[in-house]
Design a protein around this ligand. Sequence first.
Ligand code: PEP
Ligand code: CO
Length: 450
Amino acid sequence: MNAKTKPQQWHPASWQDKIASQQPMYPDADAVASVVQRLSMLPPLVVSWEVEALQDKIARAQRGEAFLLQGGDCAENFADCNSDQIARKLKILLQVSVVLLHSLKRPVIRVGRMAGQYAKPRSADNETRDGETLPSYRGDLVNRNGFTSADRVPDPELMLEGYHRAALTLNFVRALAEGGFADLHHPEYWNIGFAQSTPFEHAYKQIVKSITDSMDFFEFISGQPVHRTRRIDFFTSHEGLHLLYEQAQTRFIERSGRWYNLSTHYPWIGMRTAQLDGAHVEYFRGIANPISVKVGTGMSNDWLRGLIDTLNPDNTPGRLTLIHRFGAGNIASHLPPMIEAVQAAGATVLWVCDPMHGNTENTSTGVKTRSFDRILSEVEQAFRIHEEMGSYLGGVHFELTGDDVTECIGGARGLTETDLERAYLSQVDPRLNYEQALELAMRIADLRGR
Ligand code: PEP
Ligand code: CO
């Protein structure tokens, strides 16, 4: 980088000198400053060692030696911070990871869109109903979904509430992950509940049995329990959208002499906030975490090249992930030039396919949905295109839930547009339900030679 383009000095608030899109308009600046101050005094949710351990794993995935599974709700709600929902989400992520591990024959890095996925970008700042205009709902970190002014005016105290809910979620996830939740000898964690009697039930059980058998065999010949299978690594991620929240949890670590965002292990920059000269890129360039950027059809090669140079100037392994989300109809024309641009730049990135956000459509009655077949098609094309181009698809990014919701159409149960009324709970994007998520993993396993 030459002196002319040398960036200004970075600090956790240097983004405030740039244009920050998608930020809430708080009515009371003093109240915001007080919350940011209080938030910055609270203990971090994660520690820098974990963040660095994850970066090493991502570097392995970049070399083709591991695979990333990232998934969870489009937006977490404060109300869903309860034991059943958290445990079910962890369970589906574990089950999907086991299917992927078995078929791809590589360690799977598990990352939840959890413990902080509370802020959402919106296409419009305001929403009008029956002649009344109020600020758009931007996620529980910012305001509430009800259509009254008390609900919609952004409330900075919700940042503290979000921090607390994230801490409660993470505490429970850590206890489950440490405490035997993932032990394959506990069938209750591995049974597939309401997804029983679906076409893939038998194949799924075979996978779990084959893994349990190999572990039993290993324990038998070694005379040792396979400790590592009783506890699992699990990491968190969220869109680093609300920059005051992120800034308040950015801490300097003396040991490494670097700044870390310690609200999560692996934050990402969303599609709508990836402008090269924008505040989000400014904030992200200074933190030491592994980071991702969502990339889609609107991104030029120059823009992508600029992001790579700014966010990973030293080409550090494990640092940068590109999550592509083109849509099943666009990936074949858009992904190859992007791979070429990254190859030409000699950049080390992890490629991850998000088959959700390019495949959102409206039903005839205006309900947001996604089709299982299009989601599967995008993943299938992604694997193939990377392979054909000598690149490596190192992960998948799903919006899913452990619950029996009806938000996406298709899958083995053949959910139709009319079924969507039964259990459509998402306030934002439609998620794969428990059964669809597991089926998707099984179908990927089929494609990759289970
Ligand atoms: C999301 O991941 O929920 C999201 C908004 O994605 P994108 O930035 O890719 O549109
Ligand atoms: Co979404």
